[in-house]
Write a protein that binds this ligand. Structure first.
Ligand code: FAD
Length: 402
């Protein structure tokens, strides 16, 4: 897909054409170069390929305001298993629905997407503050869980939970939670909002930076905000090995259980959790609008994360094993029956198929797609009846549809 990287921005209609082999950074770069009042709601890593990223939903720091990347796709070109090039009209609404979050390499090869851009203000506000156990961490995290559901949808706050050393007591390993925020508005409004809704976090004007949307993007991607925009064009990811898992939380985790989580984080010593706030626009889009089902009712998504450098370190007692232990520990506090999972954090622990039967496929398929899984199976059976596109977690052809 490397050769399919054309991007065209049309500011007059607020739309963009992007080929599936472009990286997210290339796409952001073109948008920013064309307009300072348009943006796009997508992920926070510039090296991601548009094709794979959109195929699983695509979320980022504007999820509460605008939902997912797939909520903004208005047309696409695909090649089906017979080699036919189809657009929205010729592929029909079923296939068009399926490729907006139903997983890559399942139905067709996507060549390009046409998307609607979103309006962004000229000034946005960001902050990155860290709190430790010795601060009022449990109170803040407890309150954050329920506040974010209904708070102003211009606000997104991500929490990174890790073992850390508190500078106030550097010899003891404790838990540090970093609160990273993006607000589509000015600092004064943000501080007033948080002092009313989440005063426990204690955000002050000095914690905030007012930036253009593009500089805020660099901030979120961990670049110096004065870096040239060309850093977005770098297609190399500086991570050797990683494992990610995911969960959805629908009921706030009680304070006494958060205290247990802190102990677990310290005990395991390595894994990290990322809590990504939902609510806002995600509450308004129907679960069936696209294959991505984790909308209303979810307070936040957890990403379990571990990365390592040396080959061969993924064994049960090391990195991957540590992450699995944390996932196991979280079982009582997350969604159940099925336990939801985010497709873009592919996780073969939750099930794989060897025979592409419905029975095997529903084990992981219902975790990723919930009630939308059956419709995906039906569409797969129609558009790829010989199961040309397949892999260990692809959508099976329904035995009972054949
Ligand atoms: C460092 C890092 C940060 C991330 N951050 C985010 C984030 O902020 N938000 C988020 O939502 N996700 C995030 N992700 C997850 C990311 O969206 C997925 O890993 C996604 O699959 C990446 O797509 P890709 O095209 O780069 O990967 P690939 O592995 O190339 O593709 C993924 C899957 O899609 C298929 N595919 C790719 N292109 C096409 C196409 N054109 N047509 C049909 N099928 C295709 C592939 O065959 C494969 O099955 C992150 C991942 C990493 C590694």
């Amino acid at each position: 897909m490397n050769n399919l990287r054309n991007i065209r921005i049309d500011t007059a209609t607020g739309t963009a054409y992007v080929e599936a082999g472009a990286s997210l950074g290339e796409f952001y770069y073109k948008i920013i170069k064309s307009s300072n009042v348009h943006g796009f709601p997508a992920g926070l890593c510039p090296t991601l390929g548009i094709g794979g990223h959109f195929s699983g939903g695509g979320y980022g720091h504007m999820i509460r305001k605008f939902g997912l990347s797939v909520d903004h796709i208005i047309d696409a070109q695909v090649v089906d298993y017979q080699g036919r090039i189809l657009n929205r009209k010729s592929m029909g609404e079923d296939l068009f629905w399926a490729i907006r979050g139903g997983g890559g390499a399942n139905f067709a090869v996507v060549l390009s997407y046409t998307v609607k851009l979103v309006p962004v203000p000229e000034t946005v506000t960001v902050f990155n503050v860290q709190r430790f156990l010795a601060d009022n961490l449990t109170d803040v995290v407890y309150k954050w869980q329920s506040v974010m559901k209904d708070i102003d949808e211009n606000l997104f706050i991500r929490l990174l939970l890790q073992p850390a050393n508190d500078p106030k007591n550097p010899n003891n390993l404790t838990v540090g939670v970093t609160f990273i925020s993006h607000f589509l508005g000015d600092a004064k409004t943000l501080v007033n909002l948080l002092n009313t809704e989440l005063p426990e976090l204690g955000i002050k004007k000095e914690d905030c930076q007012e930036l253009s949307w593009s500089k805020a993007l660099l901030f979120w991607l961990n670049y110096d905000t004065e870096s040239p925009l060309e850093v977005l064009l770098n297609r190399t990811l500086n991570v050797n090995y990683l494992k990610r898992k995911s969960d959805y939380v629908q009921t706030p985790i009680e304070k006494q259980h958060l205290e247990l989580l802190w102990k677990k984080i310290i005990q395991l010593g390595k894994s990290g959790l990322v809590f990504n706030s939902y609510g806002g626009r995600m509450n308004e889009i129907a679960d069936t609008a696209t294959p991505f089902p984790h909308r209303k009712g979810n307070l936040f998504k957890i990403q379990y994360s571990i990365s390592w450098k040396e080959e061969g370190q993924e064994t049960d007692d090391k990195n991957v094993g540590i992450l699995r232990e944390m996932y196991e520990f979280m079982t009582p506090y997350v969604s159940q029956n099925p336990r939801g999972a985010f497709l873009n954090y592919r996780d073969i622990d939750i099930g794989v198929t060897q025979n592409w039967t419905y029975k095997e496929g529903e084990v992981y398929g219902k975790k990723y797609f919930m009630g939308n899984f059956d419709r995906l199976v039906k569409i797969k059976s129609m558009v790829d009846p010989h199961n040309f596109f397949r892999y260990e977690q692809s959508i099976p052809i329904g035995d009972y549809y054949m």
